[in-house]
Design a protein around this ligand. Structure first.
Ligand code: G1P
Length: 292
């Protein structure tokens, strides 16, 4: 039987330079879509998928992300006194039980594979999830839950996959698959950020992974790859010929690249429109815009 996935690694040590100056004194994962920081979306999705243990791979200046999940008794008391139960419920979303979040420092920015490897001692010998909070996914069934279900069926590594514009392959890990039919497709090759002219397909890796502990073994001796960084893609590629294999899951849902300004703005509009209390006002405003 496949072991249940209960641990998730969140690599959040990046500097967020694309959003300077906003990220000068604030982690980019604290940037807010409507009224929740990006990190909250990632944690909500993970909890819905049954994750109970979270490993934040952080760096200097990221303390606000850990503080965010602290209880705030003073605030709770004051909201209770004022009878603001709706806000109390909202606040409770950011409560995490003691011990649920661990932090590990990534001492050097050596790449995504290195960030995940930094968490190896806390992961141990079990399958685990990796969530990149920059990728925000709007879906009926949380993306990570779709992936844990696919992992239960296959037992192998499962990677969230999505078709992208063929001229954008140099922004993603790219999968090659023999059969493009079903939703979970067996991967027979993967390469980090290939030039469009060399890309084996336009099926891209999105920032959600369920990985077997063998990926950590591969990372132990991993050489730097694309861009001189230790690439997670390369360590996963080494599992393709293993007994359990690697699967790309074409998840149901819409992905927003909140690591880019355009993606962040699109997500703000989409998540705003998805909130019943904001929908009419926002839709009305958008209709008044003169575009073009
Ligand atoms: C990382 C991965 C890449 C993946 C992407 C998804 O790249 O290395 O394979 O396609 O996340 O967002 P990054 O965007 O961190 O450069």
């Amino acid at each position: 039987m496949t072991q249940k996935v209960t641990k998730a690694v969140l690599p959040i040590a990046g500097l967020g330079t694309r959003f300077l100056p906003a990220t000068k004194s604030m982690p980019k994962e604290m940037m807010t879509l409507v009224d929740r920081p990006l990190i909250q979306y990632a944690m909500d999705e993970a909890r819905a998928a049954g994750i109970t243990d979270f490993i934040f791979v952080t760096a200097k200046g990221k303390g606000a992300l850990v503080d965010y999940f602290d209880k705030s008794p003073d605030l709770e008391r004051s909201l209770k006194e004022k009878g603001k139960t709706d806000l109390m419920e909202e606040l409770a979303r950011s409560d995490m039980p003691s011990g649920a979040i661990s932090t590990i420092r990534q001492q050097e920015a050596l790449g995504l594979g290195h960030a995940v490897w930094c968490a190896r001692r806390l992961i141990g010998d079990e399958p685990f999830a990796v969530i990149l909070p920059d990728d925000v996914i709007m879906s009926d069934k949380p993306c990570l839950q779709q992936m844990t279900e696919a992992h239960r069926e296959t037992g192998g590594c499962v990677i969230a996959a999505m078709e992208v514009d063929p001229d954008q392959t140099d922004k993603y890990g790219i999968l090659s698959v023999a059969d493009t039919g079903g939703r979970a497709v067996k991967v027979n090759g993967m390469v980090e950020k290939p030039d469009p002219k060399d890309a084996p397909s336009n099926l891209a890796v999105i920032g959600r992974y369920i990985l077997t502990p063998r990926v950590l073994d591969a990372l132990d001796t991993q050489d730097p790859g694309k861009g001189g960084e230790i690439q997670l893609t390369d360590a996963i590629a080494k599992q393709i010929d293993g007994a359990l294999g690697v699967w790309g899951l074409k998840f149901d849902g819409q992905r927003f690249d909140c690591g880019s300004k355009a993606g962040f703005l699109q997500a703000t509009v989409a998540f705003g429109l998805a909130r019943p209390e904001l929908r009419d006002d926002l839709a009305g405003f958008l209709k008044t815009l003169k575009l073009g």
